[in-house]
Design a protein around this ligand. Structure first.
Ligand code: PLP
Length: 393
């Protein structure tokens, strides 16, 4: 099928709720994808952070091929070996927590908020979240997402949410009282423009939660699974959250989400209180196990640290050269290029030159390659971006 034929089919049969680029991607391998016109695109934003170890990682492909032939799905009426193994692998890498599995980031955050309500005292009902956050598109998670543009047309939202400016210590101290069930923030805001929580902010939230019997939830849907050079974003701070949520890169391209809670909190999610039909199915869990094994055996956390530093250094050279770049910020391979003007056109022109990056919050380019990225691939990406910026007016 040609690109135009596919686009025409979408026009007739697919709901147009996404602004799409005029390209059909048919194949992916590593840090490249191939479009229907035969172009090979260097992908520095693979799958919106889903393909965290690159497209079609051989270990993930082989794990799901094998699992598919054995057992695709079985319901949670039974114990599922792969689900137990994935939960153990995650627990060993983050505060010994226990996991609930679902299929997406929004569902993981829903589960976290339900657990926080269920676990805390009856008079506690409030959730505090941060401006510029992004937590998903379900009703509870758009309510948690403190950005008016995501609320348009959907009012009234859920009751009980209060928003505070990100990284503002006074504001969160003021917002706190004994009605707060939980605080939920991203350690590094992704969609909000790569905004990094300060150590002092994280410490303050931890102390406020402890003092008031509230739950500290960290949304690690984008920061999790090694992207920042550690398994989870919170591990860059001297704190331990009560709950983390993950999705995106967890399945290496297969839909899976998880909510992990400290065991004494997790105990509140008793039979009948929460569930997901597809959650923790053998296929998705086999993919998750393969992702963790690949990261460990190929030394990808280390590569994320090294390549992250290298990419930031190279991008800094562009920042020194072009006034449209205000500064570079990021941790590991979660990198934002703060522009002084809109970046949509830069993204389109990079794509014309077979480089994929992303623009969020109008003026922040997201440079978030997979953990398998190489020096040469970063060099190529920076060179294309350099050429585009040189002719940007
Ligand atoms: C993408 C994202 C979500 C939503 O995940 P879905 O799988 O689209 O529901 C939630 N939180 C953060 C931080 C995200 O980046």
């Amino acid at each position: 099928m040609t690109t135009q034929e596919t686009i025409d089919m979408f026009g007739k049969y697919v709901i147009a709720n996404y602004g799409r680029l005029d390209k059909v991607i048919t194949k992916g391998h590593g840090n490249y994808c191939l479009d229907a016109d035969g172009n090979e695109i260097l992908d520095m934003f693979p799958g919106w952070a889903v393909s965290g170890i690159g497209h079609c990682h051989p270990r993930v492909v082989s794990a799901i091929q094998q699992q598919a032939a054995e057992l695709l799905h079985i319901d949670n009426t039974f114990y599922i070996e792969k689900q137990g193994r994935l939960a153990k692998l995650l627990s060993d890498r983050a505060f010994g927590g226990k996991s609930f599995f679902c299929n997406s980031g929004a569902e993981a955050n829903e589960a976290a908020m339900k657990l926080a309500r269920k676990h805390t005292a009856k008079e506690k009902y409030k959730f505090i979240t941060a401006e510029s956050s992004f937590h998903g598109r379900s009703f509870a998670t758009i309510t948690a997402t403190a950005q008016p543009k995501y609320h348009e047309g959907f009012l009234p939202l859920l009751a009980g949410f209060q928003y505070v400016p990100f990284n503002d210590i006074d504001a969160i101290e003021e917002a706190f009282n004994d009605e707060v069930a939980a605080v939920m923030i991203e350690p590094i805001q992704g969609e909000g423009g790569i905004n990094i929580a300060t150590e002092e902010y994280m410490q303050t939230i931890r102390q406020l939660c402890d003092a008031n019997g509230a739950i500290m939830i960290l949304d690690e849907v984008q920061t999790g699974m090694g992207r920042t050079g550690k398994w989870f974003g919170y591990q860059h701070y001297d704190i331990e959250p009560d709950i983390i949520t993950m999705a995106k890169a967890l399945g290496g391209g297969v839909a899976i989400g998880a909510m992990m809670a400290k065991p004494h909190i997790a105990a509140s999610l008793v039979p009948g209180s929460h569930a997901s039909t597809f959650g923790g199915n053998p296929l998705a869990c086999a993919a998750g196990i393969a992702v963790i094994e690949a990261i460990e055996e190929d030394g990808l956390l280390d590569n994320a640290v090294k390549m992250g530093q290298y990419a930031r250094d190279r991008l800094q050279q562009l920042a020194d050269k072009y006034p449209i770049i205000d500064h570079i910020r990021g941790v590991g391979l979660m990198i934002g290029i703060q522009l002084t003007a809109g970046g949509g056109n830069i993204v389109s022109r990079c794509l014309e030159n077979n480089l994929r990056i992303n623009c969020t919050h109008d003026t922040v380019l997201r440079f978030m390659p997979s953990m398998t990225v190489t020096v040469q691939q970063i060099d190529t990406a920076v060179e294309i971006l350099d050429n585009v910026l040189a002719t940007e007016n």
